[in-house]
Each structure stands twice: as C-alpha cells, then as structure tokens.
Ligand binder design. Structure first.
Ligand code: BTN
Length: 265
C-alpha cells in the first residue's frame, strides 16, 4: 500500500496555485470539513487537504461517501474566485472535467454525468462535492471536494458498497493494475489548475463546451421528470426536454439514465 505524501504530490503537479500548500491527513471526518476549518483561520487559495480515509465522507444530497483507508483519493481544494455566485455550479462541473482529463491521461475513456459524477463504461468512478460561501452575490470561497476510486478491487467494491456496487468501478478495475495515488493526485491538481486559469482568462463558455463533449447529453434520463438530457446552460444547469416538447431547467438532483426510447433510435 502506498502512502500519500505532500512532496510526491507536488513533484507530480506542475502548478502555480493549486497545491502550493498540501495538508496530508491520516484519518479525517471529511476533507471538505477539514479544509473549511483551515479556511476559517486564513488558508490561502489553492490549499489542498488530502486524507488516507474519512470517517464522515460526504456525498451529494446528504449521502455518505464510502472512504476506506489507503486505496482512494479524497481531496479538497480551496478556491477564492472573483466570480458571481451563479458561476459556482460551473466550478463543480470543472471538478468532474478535471477528473475525466486525469483519467484520460491514464488511457481511460471517461464521461461526465451532470452535475458531478465521472463514469467509466457507465459506472461511477468519482464524484465532486462543492461547498460555497457567498457574500453580496459573490463567491467568498468555494471548497471543491473530489473523491476518486483508485486502487479498489472488485471484491472490496462488492462487499462494501452493497446495492450500489454494480454501478461503481475503480481505476484498478478498469486498468487491471493499481496506480500511484500521489502521481494521480498531482495530475488531477494540474488538470484542475489548467481549467481554473482558463476559466478566469476566457470565461465559462469554453469550459462548458468541453464538458458537453465528454458528457452523456442526448440520453434519456429521469430527474424529477422524465425526458431527454438535452444540454447544460451557461450557469451549468441541466436542460431536459420533456415529452411534450417543453424544456425544464434543473439546478439540483440525481440523474438516472433510462433505456433509449423508439423516438431516440
Ligand atoms: C458525490 O458524488 O456524491 C460527491 C462525492 C464527493 C466525495 C468527496 S471525497 C473528498 C471530499 N470530502 C468529502 O467529504 N466529500 C468529498
């Protein structure tokens, strides 16, 4: 089992901002919560908290995030972008896009699924949970928490994830061998920074169009309603075309893929 190491991660990440300060923890409640505590006492933008395991790892919609020790990546990044609160959603999409890029650099084809999942061959390999604090309509800080299943074996996924196991995978399962977690973490920070800097320099539209290229848009889904996941809008909300031809804009929710219907074939 490899050990997380700040110097090894920094060595693998050619970055100027994200990961200049890396706090490696053994066990924490949640890396998002640990980074929020550091933010309250003045942590700088780009600070990263990464942990071997989490006792209270948080997923979206109040679900727990499965966080066994020594095998996966659980990391949180502090961003303080000079953006309107409406951009916060797009930063979550940026997190999943950076994970997909890092997987692609390992030779794996990855897809992003709105709003925060990364899938390989239709199974979830990573998720992003962003937590934002805003004042007067502007983002004060945003904590981007990312969990990636790296060196998990199939039997561990099956024994620990129960009914969710069939819809989950890991990089080890996909590649047939384990990966160096420090190297993967460094690569991920590098991809994140590249997107973050591009976002600041060119705005959100190029990022949104890259996200679209990697996404499952065009598939039939069920959110609160059933319809076709048509597009994302400029704020990163999902646009679903309903069967009556109208469009619904979804800001929050769990998206379930559905079988294709005759009209889609
Ligand atoms: C999801 O898909 O539901 C989001 C999962 C996000 C998990 C990561 S692991 C690192 C960070 N710390 C947490 O408690 N959650 C995020």
């Amino acid at each position: 089992m490899d050990q997380l190491n700040a110097e090894a991660i920094k060595g693998a990440a050619q970055t100027q901002l994200i990961g200049q300060e890396i706090d490696v923890q053994g066990e924490v409640d949640s890396t998002n919560a640990a980074l929020l505590r550091r933010t309250r006492v003045g942590a700088l933008e780009g600070t990263v908290v990464i942990a071997e395991s989490q006792t209270a790892g948080q997923g979206r919609l109040g679900k727990p995030w499965f966080s066994p020790p020594g095998v996966n990546l659980y990391l949180s990044v502090l961003l303080k972008p000079p953006f309107h609160i409406h951009e916060a959603h797009v930063l979550t999409l940026m997190g999943s896009l950076a994970v997909a890029d890092a997987l692609e650099a390992q030779g794996v084809t990855a897809q992003v699924k709105w709003p925060n999942d990364v899938l390989v061959a239709g199974k979830k390999i990573a998720g992003v949970l962003s937590e934002v604090e805003a004042a007067e309509g502007h983002i004060g800080h945003l904590i981007l928490g990312i969990g990636v299943n790296l060196n998990l074996e199939r039997h561990t996924i099956d024994s620990l994830l129960g009914t969710e196991a069939a819809r989950a995978t890991s990089l080890q399962e996909v590649l047939g061998h384990g990966v160096d977690r420090n190297a993967f973490a460094g690569l991920l920070l590098e991809k994140l920074e590249a997107h973050y800097f591009a976002f600041q320099a060119k705005g959100r539209l190029p990022l949104l169009s890259e996200w679209r290229k990697r996404s499952f848009l065009g598939s039939r889904v069920s959110v609160r309603v059933e319809g076709i996941a048509k597009d994302i809008d400029d704020e990163g909300c999902l646009l679903v075309t309903l069967d009556d031809g109208s469009t619904m804009r979804i800001r929050e929710g769990e998206v379930l893929p559905l079988p294709r219907t005759d009209s889609q074939k």
